[in-house]
Design a protein around this ligand. Structure first.
Ligand SMILES: Nc1ncnc2c1ncn2[C@@H]1O[C@H](COP(=O)(O)OP(=O)(O)OP(=O)(O)O)[C@@H](O)[C@H]1O
Ligand SMILES: [Mg+2]
Length: 261
């Protein structure tokens, strides 16, 4: 099968001011490619620059230097107006579904919002039909529609966040610590759901996590970040069986092992 690149970054840098004189290089000369249909995991310790890199790739913030391409179009310096069509293609699932869902909106309206904003359907009936389809895809029942976010569990709220993110059939889904706030059982359910959706929709996913155990379950390739730089990028199996970088071995050693009685 031909290798298609959805998103690529070349020598991307981003620094932030830290106090009067200092700067922190949050992303320091990063180059990577995300291939169509793959789940690329971005792992590394807190503060290593994962979220900043994701925001750069999605053009939520601007890079200081380097270039970013979505498919064959350079988006590095595009204005908000030029970026608009790309916004639909890249959707995000956030870490905390409680704060990323508007507490005053019913689930029906939360999922309808992107469909209406992008004028996806020309009638209310078709929009309603799609909302039901999305609910089914994330394993929620129809009676959820007239309830508010606070009436759901964390896992259910994350399902709603996922339904909202995939509503407009994006090409790239970015999940930034999307299961980190959930307990282990619910984490597994949401990871399974993401896997199923990936197969059903041919989704490409950039999956960010500090947790290598979570990543091992979902990633095709793993990109290990440290201090704003990529130190290793390889197929998931290789990362776990034969890590090439000392830092990857250090991260692997810190994954809790199930006790062998
Ligand atoms: N808007 C900002 N202003 C100043 N510094 C920032 C800003 N955003 C990020 N940083 C700094 O950039 C570095 C990378 O932060 P980033 O949020 O990308 O890390 P992360 O890998 O996502 O961490 P975590 O796993 O805790 O989410 C950190 O040192 C952080 O303090
Ligand atoms: Mg982060």
């Amino acid at each position: 099968m031909e290798r298609q690149i959805i998103l690529s970054a070349s020598h991307v840098k981003k620094s932030f001011r830290a106090g009067m004189k200092n700067k922190v290089m949050a992303v320091n000369d990063v180059s990577l490619e995300i291939l169509k249909g793959e789940t690329l995991a971005l792992v590394g310790e807190s503060g290593c620059g994962k979220s900043t890199l994701a925001r750069l790739l999605m053009r939520m913030i601007k890079a200081d230097s380097g270039s970013i391409f979505f498919e064959d179009q350079e988006i590095t310096g595009m204005s908000e107006r030029e970026l608009r069509p790309f916004r639909r293609e890249m959707q995000m699932v956030f870490q905390d579904p409680a704060s990323s869902l508007d507490p005053r909106m019913k689930i029906r309206d939360i999922i309808a919002e992107p469909l209406l904003a992008w004028h996806v359907y020309d009638s209310k009936e078709k929009t309603d039909e799609r909302i039901l389809e999305l609910l089914d895809m994330v394993d929620l029942k129809e009676d959820c529609l007239d309830r508010y976010p606070h009436q759901f569990s964390g896992g259910q709220r994350q399902r709603i966040g996922i339904a909202r993110a995939i509503a407009v059939k994006p090409k790239l889904l970015v999940c930034d610590e999307s299961v980190s706030a959930l307990d282990v059982c619910v984490q597994a359910q949401i990871l399974n759901l993401l896997k199923t959706l990936k197969n059903q929709m041919g989704l490409t996913c950039l999956f960010i996590s500090h947790d290598l155990a979570v990543v091992s379950f979902i990633a095709d390739r793993v990109c290990v970040m440290k201090d704003g730089q990529i130190c290793e990028m390889a197929p998931a199996e290789q990362i776990y069986k034969n890590p090439g970088h000392e830092y990857t071995r250090y991260l692997l050693a810190s994954v809790p092992q199930v006790i062998d009685f």
